[in-house]
Write a protein that binds this ligand. Structure first.
Ligand SMILES: NC(=O)C1=CN([C@@H]2O[C@H](COP(=O)(O)OP(=O)(O)OC[C@H]3O[C@@H](n4cnc5c(N)ncnc54)[C@H](OP(=O)(O)O)[C@@H]3O)[C@@H](O)[C@H]2O)C=CC1
Ligand SMILES: O=C(O)C1=N[C@H](C(=O)O)C[C@H](O)C1
Length: 251
């Protein structure tokens, strides 16, 4: 049975991962969070500062992160110290954060994905094909999330943008106002925050008297939790390096 540590155990995703783990052949043996709570659903909660000690003491096989970059980096560096693989689900990294994750992956297996739904993985492949085939169509990207989300645009929207930029030179414009004629290579990127929307992403490609819309809607956070736990089990016995969720799906 895979022994998992859960970073962000007190959060929205933490709660869903605990529920999803209950039906699987794995055990959440410790959680990390900065709040002053002793346990969540019977799982002991430890401050990220004490992560290295807790990972070793509780014989953890793999860490799953749904927190914030600051906390994830601290725990990822503890993973590197004690040799525990980590699945990184938190979003909102800057260049320095990405470089620190790369350094961690020299010592342990690290899998980072901005979205653990299988549908988004397929959407990404479809986006690449559509952008290649319709190479002169205008592109616009929209994402919608719950009102508690702190990073914008979403990690997934940024990943979709990266895929597009691998195929075509585009200049992202984050919202428009006033006199704002569309530049030839622009891609408008828009973020909505409302209610408890689980996560919606849409790319439109428009030209030649038609509009192609590629979209995805997560209906429950369980889709992300399930994907992350699949990734955790898959990653737990891998050698050091960077891995992708696409590899888990294709395995
Ligand atoms: N890759 C994917 O498929 C998905 C990614 N996400 C990402 O997961 C992250 C969490 O989302 P969500 O659960 O909605 O967010 P919440 O705000 O509900 O939860 C955040 C969690 O992080 C913890 N936390 C906050 N600050 C720190 C810190 N400095 N060190 C350690 N832990 C900390 C919080 O606990 P406390 O305050 O007690 O420390 C809490 O448990 C976000 O980045 C989101 O974008 C979300 C869904 C899917
Ligand atoms: O914060 C969320 O909720 C989500 N975050 C991820 C992101 O930033 O793309 C994935 C998903 O859309 C839900």
């Amino acid at each position: 049975m895979t022994r998992v540590a859960l970073l962000g155990i007190t959060g929205r995703m933490g709660e869903t991962v605990l529920e999803t783990a209950a039906d699987r052949d794995l055990e959440i043996v410790v959680g990390f969070a900065t709040s002053d709570v002793e346990s969540v659903e019977g799982v002991p909660v430890v401050h990220p500062e004490d992560a290295a000690e807790a990972l070793a003491e509780r014989d953890v096989d793999v860490v799953v992160d749904f927190a914030v970059p600051e906390g994830a980096l601290a725990v990822a560096e503890a993973c590197a110290e004690v040799g525990v693989p980590i699945v990184v689900g938190s979003t909102g990294y800057d260049e320095d954060g990405i470089a620190r994750l790369d350094a961690v992956s020299e010592d342990v297996a690290l899998l980072k994905a901005t979205n653990f739904s299988r549908g988004i993985q397929v959407l990404q492949r479809t986006v690449r094909e559509a952008v290649r085939a319709l190479d002169d169509y205008d592109l616009e990207l929209l994402e919608s999330h719950h009102n508690g989300k702190v990073d914008a645009p979403s990690g997934t929207a940024n990943s979709i943008l990266e895929t597009i930029q691998e195929e075509r030179e585009v200049e992202p414009i984050y919202g428009r106002e006033g006199h704002a004629p569309r530049g030839e290579n622009e891609i408008g990127v828009f973020a909505r925050r409302a209610g408890d929307i689980r996560g919606e992403h849409e790319l439109i490609l428009a030209g030649n008297d038609e509009v192609l819309s590629l979209s995805h809607r997560a209906e429950d956070r369980a889709v992300f939790a399930a994907g992350a736990l699949d990734a955790a089990v898959w990653l737990s016995d891998r050698t050091p390096g960077r891995y992708t969720f696409g590899e888990v799906i294709d395995a």
